[in-house]
Design a protein. Structure first.
Length: 341
């Protein structure tokens, strides 16, 4: 079985490197609009990889297409399904996520997987949410916050998200709020530490709400500076960094365990592109080996029955999570410290 990675930006290139060391795959085919960039990735990674120009015939039955380009995921996913291939999408753009979820019925009927939002957040955040949920009898709230960006495409998406309306799940109904509103001080692992986070046009609730049907509130926020908020309606004032610096995420769950109301906070810190590439690679390996709990389209919180093996594989690739241990059940005064798995 093979993986076809489409898009060789910061996330795609990292995914290729991770996939090349994955025993479940015989070959990794690398595709990019810039053939020179695809050739450079193949030359850097070496064995099991080759560059190619995309055509629908490139995909074979039971291959997995890893989509790591800025847009066009729905069309490529439809092509993959027609070729009986699985799909892993690393997009964190709400329109792309919503469009891919619309293919759930077709994917389920074909017995195929479409892993949606297999990146840093959503992605690793969904895995942490599923892991934290095992601490509760009933999950009532989920709140995700992230800081940092991957490559230039991710930075542009972050910029656009702050100017769009957020999508929150509240009292079993979708609620739209203004992007850049709802400032909340969120604590991340060191050295990111405390950051002001705001509502934005993020897809996390679309993936988490179906996975936790008892939850009455699901929200997502992104860390931003005052300049980020004020300039979000304008073109980016400067070119984004080729690969984002250190980033972090925080996943907070609230619920009941027995008669008590409990709070669990998990976090992670890494370069977002590095973590996203690892999550996409492990997701691709799990699709071809049939390790997900169900077929169809959904986020990792929905597709995973047991997140611990997934977290162990990520830890083996250098991506680790931590759980907060402190005295405050609300906003912690220090970052997460103990490894989550």
């Amino acid at each position: 079985m093979r993986a076809v990675v489409i898009g060789c930006g910061a996330v795609g290139a990292r995914a290729v490197r991770q996939l090349a060391s994955t025993s479940e795959l015989e070959e990794v085919v690398v595709v990019d609009q810039d053939r020179t960039r695809a050739d450079a990735v193949v030359q850097a990674v070496g064995p099991k990889t080759r560059a190619a120009t995309f055509t629908p015939d490139l995909l074979r039955p039971r291959d997995v297409a890893v989509l790591a380009l800025p847009d066009g995921h729905r069309e490529l996913a439809e092509t993959a399904l027609e070729r009986e291939a699985h799909v892993v999408s690393a997009s964190d753009a709400e329109p792309e996520v919503r469009a891919l979820l619309g293919l759930a019925t077709e994917a389920r009927e074909r017995g195929l997987h479409i892993v949606v939002g297999a990146g840093f957040a959503p992605g690793l955040s969904c895995v942490l949410a599923r892991h934290a949920a095992t601490l509760f009898d009933v999950v009532t709230e989920l709140h995700v916050a992230k800081a940092g960006t991957g490559g230039p495409a991710c930075a542009r998406q972050h910029h656009l998200a702050l100017s769009g309306g957020s999508i929150d799940w509240r009292d079993r109904a979708w609620l739209r709020r203004s992007g850049g509103s709802g400032r909340e001080l969120c604590w991340f692992p060191e050295p990111v530490a405390a950051q002001d986070c705001y509502r934005a046009h993020l897809p996390d609730a679309l993936l988490l709400a179906p996975a936790f049907p008892t939850a009455t509130r699901v929200t997502a926020r992104v860390a931003a500076s005052r300049r980020d908020r004020l300039s979000s309606w304008l073109p980016m004032l400067r070119s984004p960094h080729p690969e984002g610096l250190i980033g972090a995420l925080r996943v907070e769950l609230r619920g009941r365990r027995g008669p008590a109301h409990e709070v669990a906070v998990l976090g992670a810190i890494d370069r977002p592109a590095v973590a996203a590439g690892a999550v996409a690679a492990v997701s691709a390996a799990w699709t071809v080996s049939g390790r997900f709990a169900r077929v169809g389209a959904g986020g990792l919180a929905l597709l995973l029955a047991d997140p611990v093996p997934f977290l162990h594989e990520l830890a083996g690739r250098g991506v680790r999570a931590a759980v907060f241990e402190g005295t405050s059940p609300g906003r912690p005064a220090q970052p997460p410290g103990r490894p989550a798995a």
